[in-house]
Design a protein around this ligand. Structure first.
Ligand code: PAN
Ligand code: ZN
Length: 196
């Protein structure tokens, strides 16, 4: 079939832990995979710490299929900045996405290439809409794992490079009274991010 539709199937999602049954493809991201993404460097000896895992339900990567995954971000900080995902634009920029919050407390930072941004809440029961053209990064601001489900067109793909080079306009940091959104001093500052 030209749409490459798979046969119907069902997956069981543990709403607390984010794990799937059956598990098909799990990607783990460690502090070493996040080098340069937090403002501060991570502490010596912590490179192998798992920051988040993505449990994917793979389907053929065509526009007629819906890819989905559950992300589990561990609680923790690098300096004052919370553990978070790398963040990305979609490779096909106009592809949208929906996040459904399952457990924990988090933020979804979204930004356009020209610097518009918004920071939305992720928690059990939130449904976040990520429009096409908006880069997105999720941040665990709580003490428990942050778990959310995501669904997006199968051909969306990932562009990590733009965020690796430019960052997001804002950071989410732990302030005296809880999470705070502050300007990113290195936003679009190639020289600073290379030095950092
Ligand atoms: C999500 C993300 C997932 C991990 O499934 O891929 O939360 O974040 P990074 O891909 O930025 O490491 C999604 O937005 N998919 O399109
Ligand atoms: Zn995405």
């Amino acid at each position: 079939m030209s749409t490459q539709a798979p046969d119907p199937f069902t997956t069981l999602l543990d709403l607390n832990s984010g794990s799937l049954d059956p598990e098909r493809k799990v990607v783990e991201r460690r502090l070493s995979d996040m080098a340069g993404m937090h403002l501060e460097g991570y502490a010596d000896g912590t490179a192998d710490t798992v920051i988040y895992s993505v449990h994917e339900i793979p389907v053929p990567t065509t526009n007629s299929n819906l890819m989905s995954s559950t992300t589990v971000i561990q609680p923790g900080k690098v300096g004052q900045e919370y553990y978070m995902t790398k963040g990305h634009f979609h490779n096909i920029r106009d592809r949208a996405e929906i996040y459904i919050g399952l457990s924990g407390e988090g933020c979804l930072v979204m930004a356009t290439e020209d610097g518009q941004y918004t920071v939305e809440t992720i928690r059990r029961g939130t449904i976040n809409y990520v429009p096409g053209g908006w880069a997105h990064r999720s941040v665990n601001v709580g003490d428990e794992p942050l778990v959310f489900f995501a669904v997006y067109p199968g051909d969306a793909g990932y562009n990590y490079g733009t965020i690796e080079e430019e960052g997001f306009p804002v950071l989410v940091v732990a302030g005296e009274d809880g999470p705070e959104v502050v300007p990113n001093p290195r936003y679009k500052d190639a020289a600073a991010s290379e030095a950092g």
